[in-house]
Design a protein around this ligand. Structure first.
Ligand code: MG
Length: 207
């Protein structure tokens, strides 16, 4: 199975076995054994991620960068309105999103793929109120959860167990994100302006 796949990849390069072995940095006899199936290759020199999943993860990198920009924009919006705590919380949130993008990129590269950063669309800059901002965050995080679910579906369709395992971490992360924002929203809705004052202080304590 792996041998056949290797042969297919080698034939696409147009190289003979000897040249292909030297191209990927292993001995000819070792390579030949891999291709004939007499020996199982260790996976570290193979591209272990399909193009389809690579493209899907690269698209998610753009989505994470968009999220980062959205939260940075919200941070500046809050700062302009005098909500220093919310501004600082949103900035931390933005950094977390660009970290997500990098974690995805590092994973693609670790699996022998090529990480790419595509064009990131412009983000909103104005909201009606702090409640409006957090409602937007909640809606956006639910959307991101759907995107992550679809990524898991791609990894499943590609029968890529390692990527499924990697992506579960993001599924769990989304559960936390939704719950955190839901909690903030509940407080704002319950306590109005008083809640906003206290929440601003509380969220400002986030490191
Ligand atoms: Mg994220």
């Amino acid at each position: 199975m792996i041998g056949e796949k290797l042969k297919e990849i080698r034939e696409q390069t147009g190289l003979n076995k000897k040249d292909f072995a030297s191209h990927i940095g292993i001995k000819y006899t070792t390579y030949n054994n891999y291709e004939t199936g007499d020996r199982e290759p260790s996976s570290d020199f193979l591209i272990m991620i399909s193009q389809k999943l690579q493209d899907a993860i690269n698209a998610q990198i753009v989505a994470e960068m968009w999220s980062a920009n959205l939260y940075l924009s919200m941070s500046y919006f809050f700062a302009a309105k005098g909500y220093e705590g919310f501004a600082s919380w949103m900035k931390a949130q933005a950094h977390e999103e660009s970290d997500h993008a990098d974690v995805l990129a590092q994973y693609v590269m670790k699996r022998g793929g090529q990480a790419k950063v595509g064009a990131v669309d412009a983000v909103p800059q104005e909201w009606a109120s702090p409640l409006d901002v957090f409602e937007h965050v909640y809606k956006h995080e639910c959307h991101v959860s759907e995107l992550i679910d679809k990524l898991v579906d791609v990894a499943s369709a590609e029968k890529d167990k390692a990527s499924q395992d990697f992506l579960w971490g993001f599924v769990r992360e989304q559960v936390e994100e939704e719950a955190t924002v839901q909690g903030i929203l509940d407080k704002i809705k319950l306590g109005g302006d008083v809640a906003l004052y206290h929440l601003d202080i509380q969220l400002g304590a986030r490191k």
